[in-house]
Design a protein around this ligand. Structure first.
Ligand SMILES: [Zn+2]
Length: 322
């Protein structure tokens, strides 16, 4: 967009040229007048103005005024900001480009892709979505990841995938490498935490996610989400105001390990393990931001305004907009 707009250097050159032209023109006129060479000096009606020898003070004032006008004009040109015509015409912020990858086993990705993308667009502003949904099997090697440059052009990637049967270690490492090498933030939701869990590169994926999990509670039920001390003051959980949140329904993931870059923001108590299981967190991997939540099995829970707010604030944190 800026290619059509002169830069500040060009404005400075223009100003300098203006002063030079005005100054030379003024000097030549003054020389002509002082030496009585002006063809205008004898014209009827103009002698008062151009009879320099009899009115030197008047001409000096005129010249100073002329130079002042030239300088003011030059200053005005120089200080004009380089406004992009495109921005001025639309007045709209540029849409962020996001990729949403979903599919695999066990969930209603057909509707979840809409719930996630529409909710985020409504909350965080214009998003140019690319949504890829794969078949409902856990062994799907998502072809989007096959290209080395698959992540280029996106500002953020949402992983809501359930590919627990994929084991190819190079394939798994490639997904993480694309994020980290290009510093593209991620949001990882629910079954993404169980994807690639049987791969020898599973820990590379888990270090990226921020947690290790290989199973969930047997029963599905409402869960009480409790902010941790870190979560109470964290922008990602601002919508909870430090209070607990009882979800409509839920499938609680059992967390075996929290990785060093992760900060747990909320937990839910498991009656199976008799301990508080992390359910919302942030993670940082070599400077790449990852927002994660294991909440997201049931559409009705994802449609809860509190879940939508947490997703939106997770997006803002991942994008460093908090
Ligand atoms: Zn689930």
């Amino acid at each position: 967009m800026r290619d059509n707009v002169p830069n500040r250097g060009a404005f400075a050159m223009l100003a300098y040229r203006d002063v030079l032209v005005h100054t030379w023109f003024a000097a030549i006129c003054r020389w002509l007048l002082m030496n009585n060479h002006s063809p205008l000096s004898n014209l009827h009606g103009f002698p008062m103005l151009f009879a320099v020898s009899t009115r030197p003070r008047f001409v000096s004032f005129a010249l100073i005024g002329w130079l002042c006008l030239a300088a003011a004009h030059a200053a005005e040109v120089e200080l004009s900001p380089p406004v992009s015509k495109t921005e001025a015409a639309s007045g709209e912020p540029t849409a962020v480009k996001a990729l949403l990858i979903c599919g695999g086993c066990c969930h209603d990705y057909q509707n979840q892709k809409e719930i996630i993308s529409e909710g985020l667009s409504k909350s965080v502003g214009p998003i140019d979505w690319t949504i890829i949904q794969y078949a409902g099997e856990r062994e799907v090697h998502a072809d989007v990841y096959q290209s080395k440059d698959w992540i280029k052009g996106f500002d953020l990637v949402v992983h809501n995938e359930c590919f627990g049967g994929v084991t190819d270690p190079d394939f798994v490492k490639g997904i993480v490498a694309a994020h980290v090498e290009n510093q593209i933030p991620a949001m990882v939701i629910h079954c993404s935490m169980h994807s690639y869990r049987n791969s020898s590169a599973a820990d590379t994926w888990r270090n990226f996610l921020g947690v290790t999990s290989v199973r969930h509670e047997k029963s599905k039920q409402s869960m009480l989400v409790e902010p941790t001390a870190a979560g109470k003051s964290h922008p990602v959980l601002a919508s909870l105001g430090g209070e607990n949140w009882e979800t409509v329904n839920g499938e609680l993931y059992i967390i075996n390990q929290v990785w060093p870059g992760a900060t747990v923001l909320a937990t839910a108590f498991s009656n199976e393990t008799n301990k508080a299981e992390p359910v919302i967190w942030t993670n940082q991997v070599e400077g790449t931001r990852v927002f994660g939540t294991t909440i997201g099995h049931h559409n009705e829970t994802m449609l809860d305004p509190k879940y939508q707010s947490i997703l939106a604030d997770g997006w803002k944190w991942a994008m460093k907009q908090e």
